[in-house]
Design a protein around this ligand. Structure first.
Ligand SMILES: [Zn+2]
Length: 430
C-alpha cells in the first residue's frame, strides 16, 4: 500500500478554491466608499476585530460564525457543538467596515448588497495557521447578515472508534461495510453527523485494492485516495448522473451523499445488487423509517429487500465538561418516564451541566454520536417484500435486540457522558 494514499489526518483538508465561482464572485465594481475603506487607516480596527474573532472561533472549535446587523448596532455569535452562543458585542461603528472586509476577502461583490452571495475566504488567523471558510451573505432589513462556515472544523480522526458506537454496534457496522456488495444507509436530520460517518466508513475501506467513488453536494473535505465529485445541478451533474458515470468506471465502493429522488434511489439500489458496496444517507427519524421512505420514493420492495444490508440512525449529543459536571439526582419516576427500565435505576445518578472556565461557562465540551444500528435480517427482508409498515419493522427490530436512539442516548446518561436533558432533547420522538 502506498504511503501517499493513506488517508492520514494531514490529508484532510478543504477543497481548493473553486476557480469557477471565484470568477463569478469577483467584484465587478468598487464603490468609492468601499475602496476608500480598504486603504483608510481607520479600517485597521475592523481588520483586527476580524482576526481576533476568527481566532476565538478556532480556539472554541466553533463550526460557524454569524454576523448579524440589527436596527442599532450588530451582534456576532458562534455555533459551538450545534448551539449558538453570543460573543462580546463588537463596537457599533465597526459594523460596515467589518462586513466589507469579510466580503473583500471572500471575493464577493462589495457593491452588491441586495442579493445573497456566496464566497470563500482563506485567512491566516495566526502564524503558520491558515483557515478556510465558506461565506454566505443574506440581505436582511438592517443590512447584510453573513455566515462563515469553518471548513477546518471537521475532526481529524476518521476511525470507526471515533463515532461513539457501542462494541456490538461497531462489530455490526464493521461487518456490513466490509461486505463486497449491498446498500448501507445512515439516516438522521441535517447536522446529525451522517456525512462524517460515511467518511469514516470510506476511510476504513480506503486502500490500493479498491476503487472508491463519492458524489456529494458539495464535497467539502478531500480524502486522498477517493474519487470525489461535487454535484452541479445547473451543469446537469446530478447525483444520478454521477452515479451512472461511476458504474462505467469499474467501481468497488460508491458513496452517494444523499438519496432524495427516484432516479438516484433506483441506480443506487441496482448498483448494490450488482456487486458494489453503496453507502448513502437519508433524512428519516430512525432506521426502520428508511425502508418506507425508499419505497415511497419509488424503489420496488423486492429490489430493496435484496440490496439493503444495514440501516443506521444517529444523533449527536453534547459531552458534559469533565471539569465541572455535577451529580443531579432525579426521582425514579422521572427516570422511568425518560425510558430507563426498573433494573437500570439503582446505583448511579445522572450528571448535569454546570459551567466553568474550561468550557466557557457552557457546561459541555464536544459531542459524541448516539446510534441505532439495524442489520437487515432474513425476517426483515420478508417483511420488506410484504410491504410491512414502519411500525411493524420497528417492532421486529426490537425483538432482534436493535437499540433505539433513545436507548443509546440513555446509555450515555448512565455512563456520565451526557446529561439527561441533552439525551432527551437529542432524541425527541417526532
Ligand atoms: Zn466546565
Amino acid at each position: 500500500m502506498q504511503a501517499s494514499f493513506q488517508p492520514a489526518a494531514a490529508s484532510l483538508r478543504p477543497v481548493a478554491f473553486d476557480s469557477e465561482s471565484a470568477a463569478k464572485a469577483k467584484p465587478k465594481a468598487f464603490t468609492p466608499d468601499a475602496s476608500a475603506n480598504l486603504t483608510d487607516p481607520d479600517n485597521a480596527p475592523a481588520v483586527r476585530l476580524l482576526t481576533d474573532t476568527l481566532q476565538e472561533a478556532t480556539r472554541r472549535n466553533a463550526s460557524d460564525l454569524h454576523i448579524e446587523p440589527a436596527e442599532q448596532g450588530w451582534r456576532m455569535r458562534l455555533r459551538i457543538d450545534g448551539v449558538l452562543h453570543a460573543i462580546p458585542q463588537p463596537p457599533a461603528h465597526l459594523r460596515d467596515a467589518f462586513i466589507t472586509r469579510v466580503k473583500v476577502l471572500a471575493r464577493m461583490d462589495i457593491a452588491e448588497r441586495r442579493v445573497p452571495q456566496d464566497g470563500r475566504l482563506r485567512i491566516a488567523t495566526s502564524p503558520g495557521r491558515v483557515e478556510d471558510y465558506r461565506v454566505n451573505s443574506l440581505p436582511t432589513l438592517f443590512g447584510e447578515k453573513l455566515v462563515l462556515r469553518r471548513l477546518d472544523a471537521l475532526p481529524a480522526d476518521l476511525s470507526l472508534d471515533s463515532l461513539g458506537l457501542d462494541p456490538r454496534q461497531r462489530e455490526t457496522v464493521d461487518a456490513a461495510i466490509r461486505a463486497p456488495h449491498g446498500l448501507v444507509l445512515v439516516t438522521g436530520p441535517t447536522g446529525s453527523g451522517k456525512t462524517l460517518s460515511l467518511y469514516c466508513f470510506l476511510n476504513l475501506l480506503n486502500g490500493e485494492a479498491r476503487n472508491l467513488c463519492s458524489v456529494e453536494d458539495p464535497a467539502e473535505i478531500q480524502l486522498a485516495g477517493i474519487n470525489q465529485v461535487s454535484v452541479r445541478e445547473k451543469a446537469g451533474l446530478t447525483f444520478a448522473v454521477a452515479l451512472r458515470a461511476f458504474l462505467r468506471q469499474d467501481p468497488d465502493v460508491i458513496m452517494v451523499g444523499e438519496i432524495r429522488d427516484e432516479e438516484t434511489a433506483d441506480v443506487a439500489v441496482k448498483a448494490a445488487q450488482t456487486g458494489h458496496l453503496v453507502l448513502s444517507t437519508l433524512h428519516t427519524n430512525d432506521a426502520p423509517a428508511a425502508i418506507a421512505r425508499l419505497i415511497d420514493i419509488g424503489v420496488e420492495p423486492y429490489n430493496l429487500a435484496a440490496a439493503l444490508r444495514l440501516v443506521t440512525a444517529q444523533r449527536l449529543v453534547r459531552r458534559l465538561c469533565a471539569a465541572c459536571r455535577a451529580p443531579a439526582p432525579q426521582s425514579a419516576a422521572a427516570l422511568r418516564a425518560a425510558g430507563f427500565t426498573d433494573d437500570q435505576l439503582d446505583g448511579w445518578e445522572p450528571y448535569a451541566a454546570t459551567g466553568c472556565a474550561a468550557c466557557h461557562g457552557i457546561g459541555y465540551r464536544g459531542r459524541v454520536g448516539v446510534h441505532q444500528v439495524m442489520p437487515v435480517s432474513d425476517a426483515m427482508r420478508e417483511m420488506i417484500v410484504a410491504s410491512a409498515g414502519t411500525h411493524e419493522l420497528a417492532r421486529l427490530a426490537q425483538t432482534e435486540q436493535v437499540a433505539t436512539l433513545r436507548d443509546a442516548a440513555l446509555a450515555r446518561v448512565r455512563d456520565g457522558t451526557t446529561s439527561l436533558a441533552e439525551a432527551l432533547a437529542a432524541t425527541e420522538v417526532a
